[in-house]
Ligand binder design. Structure first.
Ligand SMILES: Nc1ncnc2c1ncn2[C@@H]1O[C@H](COP(=O)(O)OP(=O)(O)OP(=O)(O)O)[C@@H](O)[C@H]1O
Ligand SMILES: [Mg+2]
Length: 142
């Protein structure tokens, strides 16, 4: 069994573009204070940021759980929101339902979920329409 070294939970508010990215910045700040490989921190940062932005853009609220084990890092984002009707479609690079306003802010390339998956050693996406979405990402430390 992996030994758990650290566990943090953060609340993420949907539709709150003002504070967008702050939770994922806190996660990477924690890792930078520890002796974690910069390449790993970069991957965790991409995962947390993309998951956070998806909550800001599409959901109402979420809990971000960040766990550091002795052999892996887990980032889990569980939101309350509209859910994703077609996960296979949402996972396709380039697919996006972002509004024009979001695109003007530089989002909506349809790359967030594919980037989360590509930066993860373990990944799952579960969603229930009308309820919410849960993104799980695991990154190995060794
Ligand atoms: N938490 C979520 N709740 C509801 N729908 C979501 C959520 N996350 C993603 N989606 C849906 O999946 C689509 C693809 O997400 P993805 O993150 O790959 O791209 P994007 O957010 O549209 O653009 P980008 O991430 O490049 O800014 C979104 O456009 C949206 O329709
Ligand atoms: Mg996205």
């Amino acid at each position: 069994m992996p030994e758990e070294l650290l566990r943090r939970r953060f609340e993420v508010r949907g539709h709150d573009f003002e504070n967008a990215g702050e939770r994922s910045a806190e996660v990477t700040a924690i890792l930078k204070d520890l002796d974690i490989d910069p390449g790993i921190i970069l991957r965790v940062g991409v995962v947390a940021f993309e998951a956070e932005m998806n909550v800001v853009m599409y959901a109402d609220r979420a809990t971000l759980t960040f766990v550091l084990n002795d052999d892996q890092i887990v980032v889990e984002m569980a939101d309350e929101g509209p859910g994703i009707p077609d996960i296979e479609l949402a996972m396709q690079p380039g697919y996006s339902t972002a509004s024009d306003a979001m695109r003007d802010m530089g989002f909506g390339y349809g790359m967030g979920l594919p980037n989360i998956k590509n930066n993860s050693d373990g990944f799952s996406l579960h969603s229930e329409v009308g309820k919410g979405t849960r993104v799980y990402s695991m990154i190995r430390l060794e």
